[in-house]
Design a binder for this molecule. Structure first.
Ligand code: ZN
Length: 354
């Protein structure tokens, strides 16, 4: 029997936005809802268990007050980006989301763990606790002097993306544009370069997923750590600026880094449409390409659960086994499935956060 059908493979996932969804939830108790099983979104504890989601990078993303007009992607080919987010606004919402993660841990009675090292993650996974790692996507909450970075590190932060697609004092992000190249302007600022050096010193993963191409190569030049794009796909198959060119995938391979497959349909489909009616087959094509270029030890998952329109065929964290069943039918053997599901991320985190 297909081993993927007997028990879900434990998955450590490179990116989700569950904390943002809980932060924006208007009604009820978001912490209790997550633990007991919410009807909304892609991740809660029961569905994580059902699908084998054993842990992941849990992103803090500070939304702009201006609403994004996703409809304009279809009409104008681009979603206009809001202006830079002021530090005080970003810090207020970042602290609220970080607080939610610690509330989840405390209320869970050992079922959710905030992990600060690869050893913490392995220990949590061994007990069946959801192994969360605190990540911030776009660090508008951090000052140019990096004082708040030290505070966040002490609180458990182990991963950050210098920019989300919105520009900030550290660098320039890629727009939501289709089709488009990630090569859209200047790279890291001086503050951005200091941030990368500080992350290297502390052992904080630097996530390149939303950085523009110049910024990516700036980090490649500066950083002593492996290059990581937690939730980006192959630009060769879906030409959005959010995806990785083959040169970027090769740089990830050459630094013993990682790229995580993003389930966002707009970054999977050759036509760039955000459409839940997207077949699992297109996810397999991206994995084939990413593995071909970056190598099978440098690819994992970065689902974007709770942050994107994902294929309805997966539906939520509970649907993860369907991806592995499809990959198994496609010819991926069990050792490769385990590397993609968790082995590559765990080994990368050993090399970055320790
Ligand atoms: Zn993202």
């Amino acid at each position: 029997m297909d081993p993927a059908l007997t028990a879900p493979i434990p998955v450590f996932d490179g990116h989700n936005d569950a904390l943002l969804r809980l932060h924006l939830q208007r009604a009820g108790d978001p912490v209790a809802g997550f633990l007991a099983g919410a009807t909304e979104g892609h991740i809660d504890l029961p569905r994580a268990r059902e699908g084998g989601l054993a842990g992941g990078l849990f992103a803090v993303f500070c939304p702009s007050p201006q609403k994004l007009d996703f409809g304009s992607l279809a009409t104008a080919g681009e979603i206009p980006m809001p202006p830079p987010l002021p530090l005080d606004l970003a810090r207020t919402s970042a602290v609220a989301m970080i607080s939610l993660l610690f509330q989840l841990e405390r209320a869970s009675g050992g079922q959710v763990a905030v992990c600060r090292s690869a050893a913490d993650i392995r220990a949590a996974m061994a007990t069946g606790a959801l192994a969360t790692v605190l990540h911030i996507e776009g660090v508008e909450c951090i000052d140019a002097e990096l004082d708040f970075l030290e505070v966040l590190y002490a609180a458990g932060l182990r991963s950050l993306g210098p920019v989300w697609s919105r520009h900030n004092i550290f660098g320039h992000g890629v727009p939501f544009r289709f089709p488009g190249s990630p090569d859209i302007g200047p790279g890291l600022t001086d503050a951005g370069k200091r941030l990368v050096a500080a992350c290297n010193r502390l052992g904080v993963l630097v996530d390149l997923s939303h950085l523009n191409e110049r910024g990516f190569w700036d980090v490649a030049e500066l950083s002593t750590a492996p290059l990581v794009a937690t939730h980006s796909n192959a630009h060769a198959l879906c030409p959005t600026p959010r995806n990785l060119t083959d040169d970027q995938l090769r740089a990830i391979r050459d630094t013993d880094g990682m790229a995580g497959l993003n389930f966002a349909t707009g970054f999977l489909r050759p036509d760039g449409r955000m459409d839940a009616a997207t077949d699992i087959e297109v996810m397999i094509r991206h994995l084939d390409h990413m593995i071909e270029i970056a190598g099978e030890s440098h690819v994992g998952l970065g689902s974007d659960f709770d942050g994107a329109i994902i294929p309805a065929a997966i539906g939520s964290a509970a649907g993860l086994p369907l991806l592995f069943e499809a990959l198994s039918r496609h010819g991926y053997d069990r050792p490769l499935l385990e590397k993609l599901a968790n082995g590559n991320w765990l080994s990368l985190l050993e090399r970055t956060i320790g």
